[in-house]
Ligand binder design. Structure first.
Ligand code: NAD
Ligand code: UDP
Length: 319
């Protein structure tokens, strides 16, 4: 198949491009390089089935493809809050452009949605039928509400125009090729620990997240894209149900890096969700999917990557 991956030069997108090529597909990677880098996909340039296109999804484009994975959107709070209006445009206009293309060329389309559609959730763990508790006017709204409208557009193009759609709600994902300055908690803690700096915990560190290793996530979304079922157009949670407080995560990072950890407590950002954990029964039933890599194993691989990329020779030698 010929497959388009928007946001393909980003963290998750680059792993997805790699897997799709390995499975024998042609891949067009489209990116505006806001948070993505050519370096993330440079190892794929020699494959003649791989193409890289610099383009912004807020502008229309027409490509003849069989499938579209729409991942284009900054994912880390510091990046999506840098230009919030652009973040909304990316999710909303980008989604309309990609759905228009899917409709025209009859491609199947998968939208990378997020656990952030549940906001600061009042039910725990989160099931897909929960409508969420989202602030529509806060600093996270450009991302959360943008992704919620994108889901609305997916469902309406499906019902109104018969577009073949898939929606994955991705829970916190980590692994190789996150940026050092990405600002998300796993990359921050790992880089800080390797540099011998104190780990910055926001708030008292009692808030929880559930961390999915990137290979598990990619496996789940490829399965979702290629599964047929009557209810397949409805959202599916993909994440690892292992739930950790940020204090526990700091300890795990200490173990994975072999470093003595110091903590610096900083103020909690506004509207920071207090707890988050996916209910993955739907993915288990529909896709036969569940995560295989636990936090300790995934962190080990992530630490090895950052140790090399930031040049911590001693830590590289240990891993
Ligand atoms: P990322 O920031 O590494 O990747 C996003 C990519 O999209 C980057 O390469 C960026 O340059 C590109 N991009 C941004 N705006 C664009 C635009 N207007 N036009 C074209 N390209 C654009 O983030 P990621 O973690 O790889 O996330 C990928 C997708 O998964 C995002 O849609 C994100 O919302 C979603 N997601 C990620 C997580 C996670 O924990 N990583 C959780 C939930 C949802
Ligand atoms: N966080 C933290 N220290 C950091 C970065 C983030 O304590 O250096 C916290 C953040 O406040 C949140 C959790 O870690 O409670 C996850 O943050 P991240 O930005 O990775 O993802 P999201 O909040 O979007 O789930």
């Amino acid at each position: 198949m010929r497959i388009l991956v928007t946001g393909g030069a980003g963290f998750i997108g680059s792993h997805l491009c790699e897997r799709l090529l390995a499975e024998g597909n042609e891949v067009i990677c489209l990116d505006n390089f806001f948070t993505g880098r050519k370096a993330n996909v440079a190892h794929l340039f020699d494959d003649r089935r791989f193409e890289l296109v610099r383009h912004d999804v807020t502008e229309p484009i027409l490509l003849e493809v069989d499938q579209i994975y729409n991942l284009a959107c900054p994912a880390s709070p510091i990046h999506y809050q840098f230009n919030p209006v652009k973040t909304v445009k990316t999710s909303v206009m980008g989604m309309i452009n990609m759905l228009g293309m899917a409709k025209r060329v009859k491609a199947r389309i998968l939208q990378a949605s997020t656990s952030e559609v549940y906001g600061d959730p009042l039910i725990h763990p989160q099931t897909e039928d929960y409508w969420g508790n989202v602030n529509p006017i806060g600093p996270r709204s450009c991302y959360d509400e943008g992704k919620r409208v994108a889901e609305t557009l997916m469902m309406d193009y499906h019902r109104q125009n018969g577009v073949d759609t898939r929606i994955v709600r991705i829970f916190n994902t980590y692994g190789e090729r996150m940026m050092e300055n990405d600002g998300r908690v796993v990359s921050n803690f790992v880089v800080q620990a390797l540099r011998g700096e104190p780990l910055t915990i926001y708030g008292d560190g009692s808030q929880t997240r559930s961390f999915c290793y990137v290979s598990d996530l990619v496996d789940g979304i490829i399965r979702l894209m290629n599964t047929e079922a009557e209810s397949i157009h409805l959202p599916v949670n993909i994440g690892n149900p292992g739930e950790f407080t940020m204090n526990e995560l700091a300890e795990e990072v200490g173990k994975a890096t072999g470093k003595r950890i110091e903590i610096k407590y900083l103020p909690l950002p506004q509207d920071d969700p207090k707890q988050r954990k996916p209910n993955i029964e739907r993915a288990q039933k529909l896709l036969g999917w569940e995560p295989k890599v636990n936090l300790a194993e995934g962190l080990k691989k992530t630490v090895a990557y950052f140790a090399e990329s930031i040049g911590d020779v001693a830590a590289t030698a240990r891993h």
